[in-house]
Design a protein around this ligand. Structure first.
Ligand SMILES: [Zn+2]
Length: 478
């Protein structure tokens, strides 16, 4: 790097950390907003899809397993492989105000209000300023607004489009804001923040939603009966189960809808809305599985997210009034298929071992503790994975369950990470760590304005784009 460009780079970095957009510094003749202004108001509908905590390796893993197990590519990669539909593909910088490694709260707020804020907050700056979230902006413009997720509805990513709290842990408050703000459709988990027995204030938010004319649905079987204009669907006390666990448990399979089914329901409710809509769809448990180094949890939830992508692509197909954004908020644990065996030729067959799994690692660990025997551990892993781990491997997991340190990288000193590493020997899927990473993330966009996008996007630009392309008025922060 020459001294000039290095200086320039340092200056850019310093300004970027102050929240000044890179487009100002990049020397482009006009900003993204100027360039997309010709498409202003053309996006009547916006669908924003987030696979939470999806490292590039996770996108690859979902696609590899879907091809090997089901004989077809993921919808996301099929989009990249096709010349039929114009799309934008690029990388996005998801940094928050206080770290290059964002959490989901700051990440969703960057899209939800166009502001970089500190990790842990939702649409609130450190000085207490409240930023009006995009779902309120769109609601006030007469558009339908909806949030669909596999996490608790009050979790950080949906909240980042719709709520304002200084701490993402204030989930009772977030649920109350949803009730007060009257968004049109909410579907996911998290009954414990709506039910009077579980809320700190003892209020019955389910009754509150019914009083405001919402259909309140608690089981998948009732989804087709949703008839009114507004819908609250809550299908679990906390997060929805992992796909791999739902698929192998008849009771869960009959009561909990898939992300694709919820997305389909939302688009059916919103289709034909006079002024259009804003719908956020989150595959939220991809992130949890990555934190847990849980390969089956991760891969089958990523594939389920991709099914929802297919539903959204079908909706957007042939229309010019719909902006479809498909992305993630940050990397997590950066899993990858590692080369195994002579000339790496064992990697594929090892990866195919995932097809024998019937439960998540979460399920395995929920039945084990420090008092488990080595044979208990081997049996439980066998039940969930059809793999016979060695006695020595089971002893290492037992040590970890007893709190003994087992690895030199401290972030991996947990039973979850040790189990993930043991199974890596059979799956060839290994993990960098157990937490979020700063990787620039994958961004795919279809619809109006995409020709003008840069190949490297700042997270806050997506908010400005959505507001401009929808032609709605944003409001000053207060
Ligand atoms: Zn996370």
């Amino acid at each position: 790097m020459s001294s000039f460009s290095r200086k320039d780079f340092l200056k850019s970095s310093a300004l970027a950390s102050l929240g000044i957009g890179s487009s100002v510094l990049s020397g482009k003749s006009s900003s993204l907003l100027d360039r997309i202004s010709q498409a202003k108001g053309e996006a009547k509908n916006i669908i924003f899809m987030v696979s939470d905590g999806m490292s590039s390796g996770t996108l690859t893993l979902g696609d590899l397993v879907k091809r090997r197990q089901y004989g077809e590519a993921t919808n996301w990669l099929e989009l990249y492989d096709s010349t039929e539909r114009p799309y934008h593909r690029g990388l996005m910088d998801m940094a928050s105000l206080d770290s290059p490694v964002t959490d989901s709260a700051a990440a969703a707020s960057s899209w939800g209000a166009g502001q970089r804020i500190n990790n842990g907050a939702i649409n609130m700056s450190p000085d207490g300023r409240r930023h009006k979230p995009i779902a309120e902006i769109f609601r006030d413009a007469g558009k339908k607004t909806g949030l669909v997720t596999t996490t608790r509805l009050t979790h950080a990513t949906p909240a980042g489009f719709a709520a304002n709290v200084p701490d993402r842990g204030m989930e009772d408050t977030i649920a109350m804001q949803y009730l007060q703000r009257e968004f049109d459709l909410l579907m996911g988990g998290g009954a414990r923040h709506f039910a009077p027995a579980d809320r700190d204030d003892g209020k019955d938010l389910f009754a509150g939603f019914r009083a405001k004319g919402y259909d309140v649905i608690r089981e998948k079987a009732n989804l087709p009966n949703a008839s009114r204009q507004k819908l609250l669907g809550v299908f679990s006390d906390s997060h929805l189960p992992y796909t791999i666990d739902r698929q192998n448990n008849a009771a869960l399979a009959s009561t909990v809808p898939t992300l694709a089914e919820m997305t389909q329901t939302a688009l059916k409710q919103f289709n034909g809305a006079q002024n259009g809509f804003l719908l956020q769809v989150e595959g939220g448990r991809v992130d949890h599985a990555a934190h847990g180094n849980d390969a089956a949890g991760l891969i089958y939830d990523q594939i389920e997210f991709d099914e929802a992508v297919g539903v959204a692509l079908d909706f957007a197909s042939g229309r010019e009034d719909t902006l479809l954004i498909i992305t993630t908020d940050h990397g997590n644990a950066n899993p990858a298929v590692n080369g195994t065996g002579d000339r790496y030729t064992d990697s594929g067959s090892n990866l195919d071992n995932i097809q024998q799994f019937t439960h998540s690692n979460d399920w395995i660990l929920s039945g084990l503790d420090a008092n488990s025997s080595v044979e208990d551990i081997r049996d439980r892993v066998k039940t969930a994975t059809n793999l016979g781990i060695t006695r020595q491997q089971a002893i290492m997991l037992l040590k970890s369950l007893n709190g003994e340190l087992t690895t030199v990288y401290e972030a991996k000193n947990s039973p979850k990470a040790v189990l993930g590493s043991i199974l890596a020997n059979y799956l060839s899927i290994n993990w960098l760590g157990t937490v979020h990473t700063s990787d620039y993330v994958e961004l795919a966009v279809l619809g109006p304005g995409i020709e003008q996008m840069d190949n490297f996007t700042r997270n806050t630009d997506l908010f400005e784009m959505m507001v401009a392309l929808a032609g709605v008025e944003k409001y000053a922060s207060n």
